[in-house]
Design a protein around this ligand. Structure first.
Ligand code: ADP
Length: 260
């Protein structure tokens, strides 16, 4: 019954997602259509044509961004999991993250030696980290610090984690900001698809739900700790690359429904 309830909840979330995507997509297509119409009408004026051409191109890009988000969220998203060294990944992303955050925000990376590789789709993981960094930036309008961390963690079969994780070795990738934090109500709803406290131009409400979907599809989970005025820590639990085969061979009970 619990599995059925979870499934129903997921279907509801997907239905909500599909509705919102259809709405966003329709707006994009409308912009493409009117841009193209204007180009047709103004074909004698090169400057106007260029202006509307920009609108068409921008809209096409927005449309593609929407589809990418949808793919990332849905189960059919093309996940190609491969072992990734978390230290190298975070180091390689330092520049892009610093750029995403802007200058008044310092980026720190804290990783212990000897971390295992994680099993995940690299492209999607990078997208998720950039999205999380964007949230951190929005929460720190007056500057602050962003700390990226990675820690190994063993989930034992007898441990009461209540997170639906299979026993095995994981790496917790965390993104901590010193921003506004969330009140309990916002925190309770933050991972819902389309939940946003931002304006329509700034927020889609998909960043955290997408991050959660990605973590779960990868065999991990997403955790958020936050308090008003204290900042936020978002933690992605990802399975260690070596633990995956161990977990599969020692598996004792039915695996949590993951479709893979
Ligand atoms: P969006 O960023 O488009 O609003 P998300 O799903 O990423 O969508 O986030 C949902 C909401 O959770 C945000 O609107 C914001 O209220 C809150 N939130 C997310 N990340 C943070 C953060 N790092 N600090 C404070 N609030 C956050």
């Amino acid at each position: 019954a619990q599995a059925r309830a979870a499934h129903a909840q997921r279907m509801q979330a997907l239905g909500q997602l599909a509705g919102g995507i259809a709405h966003d997509f329709n707006n994009v297509l409308q912009a493409v259509q009117s841009g193209a119409e204007m180009i047709e009408m103004c074909c004698e004026e090169p400057e106007t044509v260029q202006e509307f051409d920009r609108i068409v191109l921008d809209s096409a890009q927005r449309g593609m961004a929407i589809t990418r988000r949808l793919l990332a969220f849905s189960r059919r998203g093309d996940l190609r999991a491969k072992p990734i060294d978390p230290v190298r990944l975070l180091d390689s992303m330092r520049d892009i993250l610093a750029q995403t955050l802007g200058s008044p925000i310092a980026v720190r990376i804290e990783t212990p030696p000897g971390l295992p590789a994680v099993m995940a789709d690299r492209g999607q993981l990078e997208t998720v980290l950039v999205n999380l960094a964007t949230n951190a930036r929005d929460a720190m309008p007056d500057g602050g610090a962003l700390t990226l961390g990675a820690m190994p963690e063993d989930v034992r079969a007898d441990a009461v984690h209540g997170m639906g994780l299979r026993p095995g070795r994981y790496v917790r990738l965390s993104i901590a900001d010193t921003g506004t934090g969330m009140d309990p109500e916002t925190l309770g709803r933050a991972m819902e698809p389309f939940f946003t406290t931002k304006s329509r131009e700034h927020g889609t409400g998909l960043g955290l739900s997408m991050a959660k979907g990605f973590a779960e599809q990868s065999g991990g989970t997403l955790e958020i700790e936050s308090a008003p005025g204290r900042g936020t820590i978002v933690t992605l639990w990802l399975p260690a690359a070596d633990a995956r085969t161990e977990a599969a061979s020692e598996q004792t009970g039915p695996a949590p429904a993951s479709g893979r």
